[in-house]
Design a binder for this molecule. Structure first.
Ligand SMILES: [Zn+2]
Length: 337
């Protein structure tokens, strides 16, 4: 386990990143769709169901207010994007008999959305709304963990990763999930995020939900600071004791063994309860819940341009190797002086 020190937060200020996160001009958008965008970059799972999805566009950077569009064929999509060069393009996660009216709902993908700019605890010193290599990396590791839980605990198989421009979407297409309604999606979200404190007698169970919750505690250990612990009502003395690197390492090792012994000793029973509540609260803020429970959501179209930050929203074939600051940078940004 890696415990970052304070100086590592400053790596973000490289020139490369400053060039990336700058808004695209209309001319740059036009160039992107004319010269760089390819129909092949739209994932097959969208092309195969294109006529059942609602499409939405944002033409001026004011939000996707051009909605209720039906696009019948991939060729039509190509024409629309090249001609309009929209500020942003979206397609629904849901399937409809009449997408142009959002009627005849046939099901929806299950989606998890982590945005680096909204992470409740970040490994960097980004200002609100900004992202850098470090918080994007944190978001990536997190979404990989969510996928592992869905695979291991729910036997889901059709998991697709998309880089959203400032974070990651995990889109699940297994038949079993397509007809789930919002409350069921909400429960699943609580499970993968660790949004509920396990019963005390189950806390050290090696499998199932308590294991998920412990994994979250383990991950948060490397990001915790005095301010966060104090905001959770932990006393200065106990927070200080926990943040000692030797202690953190011991607590982490015990968590790997499904034990909370040292953590309980350091925090005392009241402090431990407050700590669990703090973890639960942070967990609940990691994913955008609205995206997961909304069965009529539109989501940024993979292959489209995220004009606000000049990055490609793109389908990811190999998440482990994916590096947004290399792979999702459009050509026009690389050529900016
Ligand atoms: Zn950052």
């Amino acid at each position: 386990m890696h415990f970052p020190n304070a100086s590592e937060g400053n790596r973000s200020n490289s020139r490369r990143e400053l060039q990336v996160f700058r808004e695209a001009t209309l001319e740059e958008r036009r160039r992107y769709y004319r010269e760089e965008w390819k129909l092949n970059d739209v994932p097959e799972f969208i092309l195969a169901t294109i006529a059942q999805r609602e499409f939405g566009f944002d033409h001026r950077g004011e939000g996707p207010n051009d909605r209720y569009n039906r696009i019948s064929t991939p060729t039509q999509l190509e024409g629309v994007l090249i001609n309009a060069a929209p500020y942003a393009a979206y397609a629904s996660i849901s399937f409809y008999e009449r997408p142009e009216k959002r009627e005849g709902w046939l099901g929806a993908e299950l989606v998890f959305d982590v945005d680096a700019k909204d992470l409740p605890l970040r490994p960097c010193s980004c200002s609100p709304g900004e992202v850098c290599e470090l918080c994007l990396g944190e978001a990536k590791e997190y979404i990989i963990e969510v996928a592992e839980i869905l695979r291991e605990d729910f036997a889901l198989k059709e998991l697709h990763f998309v880089y959203s421009g400032r974070g990651y979407h995990l889109r699940v297409l297994d038949k079993d999930v397509l007809h789930m309604q919002s409350p069921e999606r909400g429960s699943l979200l609580d499970y993968v995020a660790g949004g509920v404190i396990p019963e005390p007698e189950l806390l050290e169970l090696r499998r199932g939900y308590p294991r998920v919750f412990r994994m979250r505690v383990l991950r948060l250990l490397s990001l915790l600071n005095l301010e966060t612990l104090r905001s959770g009502g932990i006393s200065l003395k106990r927070a200080d004791a926990l943040l000692n690197p030797k202690m953190l390492r011991r607590v982490a090792n015990e968590l790997e063994e499904a034990k909370f012994t040292t953590l309980k000793e350091i925090l005392g029973s009241t402090g431990f309860a407050k700590f669990l509540e703090l973890v639960r609260r942070i967990n609940a803020e990691m994913l955008d819940a609205k995206v997961t429970v909304d069965v009529k959501r539109i989501l940024r179209l993979p292959s489209s341009l995220h004009s606000k930050v000049s990055m490609k929203c793109m389908y990811i074939k190999n998440i482990e190797r994916f590096d947004p600051l290399k792979d999702a940078v459009p050509r026009f940004v690389q050529e900016r002086g």
